[in-house]
Design a protein around this ligand. Structure first.
Ligand code: ATP
Length: 214
């Protein structure tokens, strides 16, 4: 039987409860067999984080331990070049059966910026897109994305078929937490408890990540 595999990329600097709740909700909603959290070693659209990719991966591993179907996936750390999603999808496709469904999870903001991604027009050859839409999501889409939605959007999860090629908008109310806020808290000597799993916080302290600057 065809498997359903999702991937969520991010810098995870550090991973937090917003990532984890979002991942769990989508995995349950879509009935995913696996949801792979993939830390970006060299994010192409932002500065390389001060915390190493190995530490960010270790935090993801701690956060998803014993939390199936969530998994940590280190494939972007194995590549020397920038972490492009198209390369990640191609490498995963080699490991899957031809009829397995692959889902790339994207926030609405990321979707709006899709046309700037490396080889973006080939993404849908390998996966379906799950666009996580906040209830308050604003912003006008460029014509090229309006056309893409008109051609590829399906109305609900039941209408998704085949291994790749469709777009589903998934309503999701994100928790008001971000990695930058957590870095700010820790950098000013404040607590990040209950915003990241305790095991992740213990790792942060044990390795002296995000040191207080005063
Ligand atoms: P930063 O604050 O450093 O920009 P971030 O918290 O937004 O980081 P990323 O690692 O950049 O985290 O995000 C990875 C993915 O997780 C993105 O697709 C993003 O939309 C999603 N995400 C981030 N924060 C939340 C949240 N609070 N709820 C749901 N999804 C989130």
């Amino acid at each position: 039987m065809a498997r359903k595999v999702g991937i969520l990329g991010g810098t995870f600097d550090p991973i937090h409860i917003g990532h984890l709740r979002g991942a769990i909700e989508v995995a349950e909603q879509l009935g995913l067999d696996e949801l792979r959290l993939i830390p970006s070693a060299r994010p192409p659209h932002r500065d390389t984080p001060a915390v190493s990719a190995q530490d960010r991966l270790a935090m993801v591993e701690l956060a998803v331990a014993g939390l199936p179907p969530l998994l940590a996936d280190d494939r972007e750390l194995q590549r020397a070049q920038a972490s492009y999603s198209i390369d990640t999808l191609e490498s995963l496709r080699v490991e899957l059966a031809v009829d397995d469904q692959l889902f790339l999870l994207l926030g609405w903001d990321a979707f709006c910026g899709l046309p700037s991604w490396h080889r973006w027009q080939q993404l849908l050859n390998h996966c379906h897109l799950l666009v996580l839409q906040r209830p308050d999501a604003g912003g006008t889409l460029p014509p090229v994305l309006l056309e893409l939605l008109a051609a590829r959007r399906v109305p609900d999860a039941q209408a998704l078929s085949g291994p790749s090629g469709q777009i589903l908008l998934v309503a999701q109310a994100p928790l008001a937490v971000s990695a930058s806020h957590i870095r700010q808290l820790l950098g000013s000597g404040k607590s990040a408890r209950f915003l990241v799993p305790d095991a992740v916080l213990a790792y942060i302290h044990a390795h002296g990540l995000y040191p207080a600057s005063n």
